[in-house]
Design a protein around this ligand. Structure first.
Ligand SMILES: [Zn+2]
Length: 435
């Protein structure tokens, strides 16, 4: 930071943070490999904001020498970090699946209960637009109150063109401080009405791309044993790219579906899940700019009942116990990695990135420094927004959180309550004490 003799005026000066995390990338885009452990912590930190942008970051003494502020916030005793970024949510949908989940965890499911993604598809198709919109807005309020300032939101619970269009229209029209990247996920699962003709459904997804592009920035494809084959995904990706979509992949969740290699090949912004990624797929991912998004909330919520492996708890191999070595392999590969909720009613019903960060430590045994990078700058890179959000650096959008804890480790250690004190989006205070 350069200190010139001349004093400047800023709109807002947040000062005396017990710790300030910048979470900046070293080089371009995402933080990888050993750099994930290098988290810069500024004690007695301060950040200056003007016109919704960060103008300076440093110690309180450095910034007090440079700036007169129109408004000051004293963050004594509090951690200040970038706003959290959640790069994978199935935000707009209807219905809940808590009865199905009770059946999974107890191993005693209720006979005749419709389960899985199609249960949510049916509820969503039947829901009124106003109902879907108001629930999504309420969910965004919760995300914001818990410190998420940017998120991704997918369609994919329509699986017919009318409902997919409605979901994308609703998502793109949500007026809320949480900034959304909108994704079309027509290739989520094969709807049962197309069971006899897979290729007709792939054609339907491809035919809908021009309409989807009006609302969506990304096209997501599920390249997984329970989703679509690499060749089906290639067909969709090729046309989506022609229409100007950026690509995302759900992949290698329930088995190795060659998702990671496909994501690297088609230049996807992210591949999400990766639970069953092969060594070769991981090597391809590590050599690419594609960000691997890992989802400890899903691991926690499903444990051995991971979809596709076991329907009712019981007999599947326990994916859970090897998750720490799996996560370490991903980090050591040098792949760019991010964390996300995968918010959805079936496999991860949380809206809280705080919870995800806590679970990443407990279930994946990642370090605090690794987790902070994965929930901020790397999550922004997964949404091609690392140049604008995800870190506290001059020129970036002033999206930040003042936390009710004094250190970055305590935010991950103190699980189960909302620790966000104030959330600031583009320089404006948008929540105080969770409201
Ligand atoms: Zn998902």
């Amino acid at each position: 930071m350069s200190i010139s003799g001349e004093r400047q005026i800023c709109d807002l000066l947040i000062e005396h943070a017990s710790e300030l995390l910048a979470c900046q990338a070293y080089g371009n885009g995402a933080v990888r490999g050993p750099d994930l452990a290098k988290l810069e912590v500024i004690e007695d930190g301060a950040v200056a904001v003007t016109d919704g942008r960060i103008v300076a970051v440093g110690t309180t003494a450095q910034l007090a020498a440079r700036f007169d502020a129109r408004r000051r916030i004293d963050a004594t005793g509090r951690l200040v970090s970038p706003g959290l970024v959640d790069p994978h949510t199935h935000l707009v949908h209807a219905g809940h699946r808590e009865t199905e989940w009770e059946g999974r965890v107890t191993g005693r499911s209720r006979p005749g209960l419709e389960r899985g993604i199609m249960a949510t598809v049916r509820a969503t198709r039947a829901a009124r637009t106003a109902e879907l919109r108001s629930r999504a807005l309420a969910d965004l309020d919760t995300m914001l109150a818990y410190g998420t300032t940017t998120a991704e939101a997918k369609s994919g619970y329509g699986l017919d063109t009318d409902t997919e269009l409605r979901l994308l229209e609703i998502t793109a029209g949500l007026n809320h401080p949480v900034e959304l990247a909108v994704t079309y996920l027509g290739a989520h699962v094969l709807p049962p009405e197309f069971a006899a003709d897979r290729s007709a459904y792939v054609d339907l997804v491809i035919g809908f791309l021009p309409e989807a592009r009006v609302y969506a920035e990304y096209c997501d494809i599920c390249c997984d044993p329970v989703g679509f084959t690499p060749d089906e995904c290639r067909r969709i990706a090729a046309v989506a790219t022609e229409y100007g979509f950026r690509l995302r992949v759900h992949g290698d969740q329930t088995g190795d579906g060659d998702g990671a290699a496909l994501a690297a090949e088609i230049g996807a912004a992210s591949i999400d899940h990766l639970d069953s990624v092969s060594a070769e797929g991981l090597a391809r991912l590590a050599a690419s700019d594609t960000v691997g998004v890992i989802l400890p909330g899903v691991t926690h919520h499903m444990l051995e009942a991971t979809p596709g492996l076991a329907e009712d708890g019981g007999t599947a191999p326990a994916l859970f116990s090897d998750r720490p070595s799996w996560a370490r392999r991903l980090v050591d590969s040098g792949a760019a990695l991010a964390l996300s909720t995968d918010y959805n009613p079936g496999t991860c019903a949380t809206l809280s990135m705080q919870a995800v960060m806590q679970l990443a430590a407990r279930l994946y045994r990642l370090t605090y420094a690794e987790i902070w990078h994965m929930a901020t700058i790397n999550a922004a890179a997964a949404l091609n927004r690392a140049d604008r959000v995800g870190s506290l650096e001059p020129g970036k959008q002033a999206d930040l959180v003042i936390w009710d804890v004094s250190t970055h480790g305590l935010l991950i250690n103190r699980f189960g309550t909302n620790l966000a004190h104030r959330v600031i989006k583009k320089g404006n205070i948008v929540t105080r004490d969770g409201a």
